[in-house]
Design a protein around this ligand. Structure first.
Ligand code: FE2
Length: 367
């Protein structure tokens, strides 16, 4: 969309677009969003102009289009100047409330057979130029990626994770190596027990964005991993069980993690949605759900809705099951996919850690 013409009005600058639509940008908004060197730091892109401490005189002396630099220049009566790119004006041509990014609903999967273009690549590929973009795109598309032929060492796994971003610290440490023979395990994850489908970190305000797991040594029977697309369950419930979906969007569920010297607790609905009602995060961990009680009729409705989600997540036809073998590194979107594990006998040594959600999104924007 190109700018056809501009016109100064009392309320603001009216921009007439090539499709014959128009946008009237208020004068204060234009001054506040100026991209001139003085108003917006050229390197940090941080706002330097302050329109609040000393409210400026927004009387316009002159306004014109600079076709060469593709900017609109406004000369104010106080002799200051604002400069706004056509791109900024185009991006803001329609007023709208800022909303969190919704997940991509084009490629959710109800069964493993619906996973198109299986998200797998070699270690060499992901570590080569441009490889990280493919890796990120797989996660964005279907919620996970498997990296094969990885050297079976903690160092190589850490290097792979750091290709994306720094590794997040948590109650379990940063990058960690563990096995299922700990004397005093902090979590079921460090045992041989089965674990129901869940997302990690329902007890922290900002749940880990990505989780990476690599089984370095395996001399065991069982212990298969399962992945379930929580976004697919959300879409199914939205259409088939809208009342239950709405309950799971609104009831704030407490999650907790308790040790002798730690008591973490956070509250989040199972489905977090943006202002458009699109899902931005799935949080579910029946093991870590803390006690809460609603009015009896509300509690019953909550249990009915939670049961629908629980049973869909535990439906084996929805689960992509595989064995984490040495050399195969799994990374998945912990805001979208649920993960589970069958019980095992024998010995396993694993390593891995977390990434923050914003770093995943940042890398997607910048590669
Ligand atoms: Fe987990």
């Amino acid at each position: 969309m190109l700018i056809k013409s501009i016109e100064s009005l009392n309320d603001g600058l009216n921009v007439l677009w090539s499709d014959s639509s128009s946008s009237c940008f208020p004068w204060l908004w234009l001054r506040d969003h100026s991209e001139s060197k003085a108003d917006l730091h050229p390197d940090s892109k941080q706002r330097q102009i302050d329109v609040f401490s000393n409210p400026p005189n927004n009387s316009v002396d002159k306004v014109f289009l600079d076709e060469n630099s593709k900017h609109i220049v406004i000369k104010w009566i106080d002799e200051s100047e604002s400069n706004l790119s056509f791109e900024l004006l185009q991006n803001n041509s329609e007023p709208s409330l800022p909303t969190s990014n919704a997940m991509n609903t084009l490629s959710f999967w109800n069964t493993p057979s619906e996973i198109i273009n299986f998200p797998q690549m070699s270690y060499e590929e992901v570590m080569s130029n441009g490889g990280i973009k493919t890796w990120l795109t797989h996660i964005q598309r279907v919620g996970f990626v498997l990296v094969t032929e990885t050297p079976e060492t903690p160092e190589a796994t850490k290097e792979l994770m750091e290709r994306m971003a720094y590794i997040r610290n948590s109650i379990f440490g940063g990058f960690s190596v563990w096995d299922n023979k700990l004397e005093n395990p902090d979590d079921t994850a460090f045992t041989s027990l089965a674990i129901e489908p869940h997302t990690d970190g329902t007890y922290v305000h900002d749940a880990p964005g990505l989780q990476t797991l690599h089984c370095l040594k395996r001399n065991s029977i069982g212990g298969e991993n399962q992945l379930i697309d929580g976004l697919a369950i959300a879409e199914k419930m939205k259409h088939n069980h809208p009342d239950a979906f709405n309950i799971l969007c609104s009831v704030v569920i407490p999650g907790r993690y308790i040790k002798s010297d730690v008591y973490l607790e956070a509250h989040r609905p199972l489905f977090r949605v943006n202002d458009n009602g699109d899902v931005i995060q799935v949080s579910f961990n029946n093991h870590d759900r803390a006690p809460f009680r609603l009015e009896n009729d509300q509690m019953n409705k909550f249990y009915d809705a939670y049961k629908i989600f629980h049973n869909l997540a535990n439906d084996s036809s929805r689960q992509f099951e595989f064995m984490l073998d040495p050399g195969k590194v799994l990374t998945f979107d912990n805001w979208r996919l649920l993960h589970a594990r069958s019980s095992l006998t024998g010995y396993r040594q694993l390593c891995g850690g977390y990434h923050n959600r914003e770093d995943f999104e940042s890398k997607l924007r910048s590669v």
